[in-house]
Design a protein around this ligand. Structure first.
Ligand code: G16
Length: 546
């Protein structure tokens, strides 16, 4: 493409998607996220960038997902998906931020500079898959994304409303046809097909029962489960709530983030004592479980629980398949409950590493193991299997002793049921249900493996959340001056106390996490630390109460 034809980039922008705000926007934990009305020019420009990225990758397909996932309805966002279905390579985040913030007048020249900087061959074909969540602002933004792709003569393909992980999956399949078929139906065939296959080998027994309640967060995940439900042939009896009807609002007082952070059951779900419930988030990339006991207490089984369940089952299967030379590892973040980390290292004897928040960091770290399990406590995670692991398991499934073959075949189904590209609530749901069934356990038995340390999360609004910087996988903060010393002083007065603060990459807040020996202490510790953030990092609004 000759440089003169970049004029169309500018013309499109001025005519259809002008930059109407001077608010600086940054590619954060999971792409750009802010109020939907500030995003149209950003999404258009990401359409341009997706084409450039596709050409740098020799015409392989790039994904664009329009979503603000767990955020409330007025927000929206966009993130790019790389050819293997993983998050955009981190070195491009700065490029994305630059392109999103230049004036319309500088858009043409900045686009040309970027093309030169990344050495993109603009004569190549370019393909971009575009998906969106159920927000009412998403169709308009998806159209802006398509226009960006077209402006640089790329080929957009719109998938309409899909879960974020489905879009990641389709991108991966388009670039690697051994992984599956790049359609929503192809996704169902692979994930649900593997689940049904495994159920033939593992009949229901023990304390497990097939009834599962689901909180769909009034988003896309519940809607897709409603499609899947019809094909389950009674293998799983799904009762779906919060599907977006009856005035239910996306992620409002429901969904995985609400359940995890507030430690309360969602509205809109019928509560039957000891009935297991899976709670998804708005775009279907996170899942936590919970149940309500006979005294109306909610008991949470979060991402840490799911990770430990996965680790214990995969370890068992590897032992039965006599494949223990494959290195299994687990990746968590600073939010992981201290009790879970202790259980994983001391009881399961699986190595654990701790990285910064954001699936992109966890995914990357998990790739260093033959089988890497990663989960954020908030329910975002999956399992990745190396080629070496897949090959070894495949060989055992054919040549091993009968017991080894059986375990290896189960592992192969398990691998098929996993969306390896990114955390996926639907795939995770089937993995969890498979393990609970295989172990013949109910939610109370699942909970018995270890006891969570009581914890609390809070948000503090400050003038500029970037005033807070962190180190040591976000466990300590390096600025503003004096804040970490103050946190250390506060924490030292609590038994089993631990606390850290970090700027959110998806909301305009600073997050505070605290853990202690009792719930009362965890609540008080979080409040004290929130107050320190407010005082030392430029808090705005009301000072947090103790
Ligand atoms: C996104 C990321 C997660 C992260 C969460 C909160 O989730 O994908 O990895 O834990 O945001 O991030 P932060 O604390 O920086 O706001 P989702 O479900 O919103 O895409």
């Amino acid at each position: 493409m000759p440089p003169s034809s970049l004029r169309v980039v500018y013309a499109f922008a001025r005519e259809m998607h002008p930059k109407t705000s001077d608010v600086f926007i940054q590619y954060g934990t999971a792409g750009f996220r802010t109020k939907a009305n500030l995003l149209e020019h950003v999404v258009y420009r990401m359409g341009l960038l997706a084409v450039i990225r596709s050409r740098v990758k020799n015409g392989r397909t790039i994904g664009m997902m329009i979503t603000a996932s767990h955020n409330l309805e007025p927000d929206n966002g966009v993130k790019l998906v790389d050819p293997d279905g993983e998050m955009l390579e981190q070195s491009w985040e700065e490029i994305a931020t630059r392109l999103a913030n230049v004036s319309d007048n500088d858009l043409e020249s900045t686009t040309a500079e970027i093309i030169k900087q990344v050495n993109a061959d603009m004569s190549l074909k370019a393909s971009v898959f575009i998906g969106m969540d159920t927000r009412y602002t998403s169709p308009r933004l998806a159209a802006a994304a398509s226009n960006g792709v077209i402006a640089l003569k790329g080929t957009p393909k719109e998938f309409g409303i899909v879960t974020t992980p489905m879009l990641h999956y389709c991108v991966k399949c388009r670039n690697d046809n051994t992984y599956g078929t790049p359609t929503e139906e192809g996704y169902y065939e692979k994930i649900v097909g593997a689940f049904k296959n495994i159920r033939q080998k593992l009949p229901v027994y023990g304390e497990y029962n097939t009834t599962l309640y689901v909180d769909g967060a009034n988003g896309v995940g519940g809607k897709k489960l409603n499609i899947i439900k019809k094909s389950l042939d009674g293998e799983l009896d799904l009762h779906l709530y919060n599907l977006g009807g009856n005035g239910g609002k996306l992620n409002l007082n429901c969904g995985a983030d609400f359940v995890k952070v507030s430690q309360k059951p969602p509205v809109g779900v019928e509560h039957v004592p000891f009935q297991r419930v899976a709670s998804l988030d708005g775009d279907g990339d996170r899942i936590v479980y919970y149940y309500v006991d006979d005294k109306d207490n909610m008991i949470l089984l979060d991402g840490d629980r799911i990770a430990t369940l996965l680790a214990s089952y995969v370890t068992e299967l590897l032992k039965s398949a006599d494949a223990t030379d494959l290195k299994l590892g687990l990746v968590q973040t600073a939010y992981a409950n201290g009790a879970s980390t202790r259980y994983i290292t001391e009881e399961l004897k699986v190595p654990v590493s701790c990285v910064k928040t954001g699936v992109k960091h966890l995914h990357h770290a998990a790739l260093s193991f033959d089988i890497g399990i990663y989960f954020e406590a908030n329910g975002h995670g999956t399992v990745v299997y190396s080629e070496k692991a897949k090959k070894a398991i495949n060989n055992i499934s054919k040549d091993g002793e009968p017991e080894q073959r059986k375990a290896a075949q189960l592992l192969l189904n398990f691998i098929d049921m996993t969306n390896e590209t990114v955390g996926d609530a639907i795939s995770d749901l089937f993995l969890v249900e498979t393990i609970l069934c295989a172990k013949g356990i109910n939610v109370k038995q699942w909970l018995q493996t270890y006891t969570d340390l009581p914890n609390r999360q809070l948000k503090v609004t400050v003038k500029d959340r970037n005033a807070i910087s962190t180190t040591d996988a976000e466990r300590r903060c390096t600025s503003p001056e004096g804040l970490q010393t103050r946190i250390d002083e506060i924490v030292s007065t609590y038994k089993s106390g631990r606390s850290f603060v970090r700027p959110s990459g998806t909301e305009d807040v600073v997050r505070v996490y605290a853990e202690a020996d009792t719930q009362e202490s965890a609540d008080k510790l979080a409040a004290e630390v929130a107050r320190a953030v407010f005082d030392l990092a430029g808090g705005v609004g009301t000072r947090p109460e103790l």
